[in-house]
Write a protein that binds this ligand. Structure first.
Ligand SMILES: [Zn+2]
Ligand SMILES: [Zn+2]
Length: 386
């Protein structure tokens, strides 16, 4: 397998660098989608385009088993100006592949080629090239459009590079691996008046200030100590004059948490505390909750499968099967809400960090990611003994 994969590398490395040079933002990945579809077609794989606008799905069916697993790569770049002296640096101003999605696509295309040409398995592999991971919710849209049922997906696997992990090391964990993130906006409606006569109005600044403090006790006093959650207020805006008490004050911020139950408890407590504090000060309020990506929750059996495949492909000494939880979020979570599966990380090496203007995917790990994907498929869809 290694020699065959090595023979793909010149073409795949060039392809990866071409994707890097031509990054596209979420739901605008038209050039990228064209290339992905063309490569899948060239490998003789059935191609479906137009999923979640710019997403591409490839399907290989072999044998007569009805087992079906999906492998996912994300396609979008970040809104970030690249500063590098790479000869394949971004030609699109203010857009950059700074999260390794160029490498994710190249690894999945390499795996697709290997599996199409010589994969030994019985069942169906679905390759999900998903748009708009960086905030657009391309994963949510693909799931909403019915990708799971349409292709009969029974388990889903995702792989993302990590820039705080040594090159070629692999990390995952059962249960929540990445948290949910929500945003909120609270407007405290008071009654503006002259600063000299506060008793003639309702001061939204004093009310909102009390609210900022009161909300700090939600995580520390209402949640179990072992439930990971963060509540941060990041914006406080009000007023425009020295001598006027304004009509309203606006607080904005976000929460991060690891389970839907914790998210629901947080939200209930925040609204209750807001109502209580505002009532105490005679103010009214509007509370707006803006749900983000849910927590990414790995199922135990599929996580074990991923760890086992990574051990075979990369060496067991390179694999962490119980890594720590990451307080960021991922829209692969929407696939895992529907089917079991595992989201895992492959070390990119620690030379540059993701989401920075000098980041680059490490081409040395291309064959490792491909090896993991192929091993996983051949292990999970192993040919059944007659
Ligand atoms: Zn990413
Ligand atoms: Zn990212």
């Amino acid at each position: 397998m290694k020699t065959t994969i090595a023979s793909y590398l010149p073409e795949l490395t060039a392809l990866r660098r071409d994707l890097h040079q031509h990054p596209e933002l979420g739901f605008e990945e038209t050039r990228t989608a064209g290339i992905v579809a063309q490569m899948l077609g060239k490998y003789g794989i059935e191609v479906h385009t137009g999923w979640a606008k710019t997403g591409v799905v490839g399907v290989i069916k072999r044998g007569d088993s009805d087992r079906t697993i999906a492998l996912r790569a994300d396609m979008d770049a970040l809104s970030l100006q690249e500063y590098s002296n790479l000869e394949y640096g971004s030609v699109n101003d203010g857009v950059m592949h700074a999260c390794g999605h160029d490498g994710h696509m190249a690894m999945l295309l390499g795996a697709a080629r290997y599996l199409a040409e010589r994969g030994r398995f019985d069942g169906t592999v679905v390759f999900l090239f998903q748009p708009a991971e960086e905030g657009g919710g391309g994963g949510r849209l693909m799931v909403a459009e019915g990708v799971i049922d349409k292709f009969g997906i029974q388990a889903a696997y995702g792989l993302h590079i990590r820039s705080d992990l040594e090159a070629g090391h692999f990390a995952t964990r059962p249960g929540t691996i990445m948290v949910a993130t929500d945003n909120f906006e609270i407007t405290v409606h008071g009654e503006g008046t002259h600063a000299a006569l506060p008793h003639t109005g309702v001061d939204p600044i004093v009310t909102a200030s009390q609210l900022v403090i009161a909300l700090q006790s939600v995580v520390s006093r209402e949640l179990k100590a072992l439930d990971s959650a963060v509540l941060s207020i990041t914006q406080f805006s009000s007023g425009s004059a020295y001598n006027v008490i304004p009509d309203e004050a606006v607080l904005r911020g976000g929460t991060r948490y690891r389970s839907p139950e914790t998210g629901a408890a947080l939200l209930e407590a925040m609204e209750r505390v807001t109502a209580g504090v505002c009532s105490a000060y005679n103010a009214r309020y509007t509370f707006q909750h803006m749900p983000g990506y849910p927590a990414t929750i790995n199922s135990p059996a599929e996580t074990e499968a991923a760890v086992s495949a990574a051990g075979k492909a990369l060496g067991a000494d390179k694999v962490q099967g119980n890594c720590s939880l990451i307080m960021a979020s991922e829209d692969f979570s929407y696939f895992l809400e529907k089917v079991p599966g595992c989201f895992a990380f492959l070390g990119n090496g620690t030379r540059t960090r993701a989401h920075r203007a000098d980041f680059d995917f490490n081409d040395d790990i291309l064959p490792l990611g491909i090896g993991y994907w192929v091993t996983l498929v051949e292990q999970e869809l192993g040919e059944r003994a007659e």
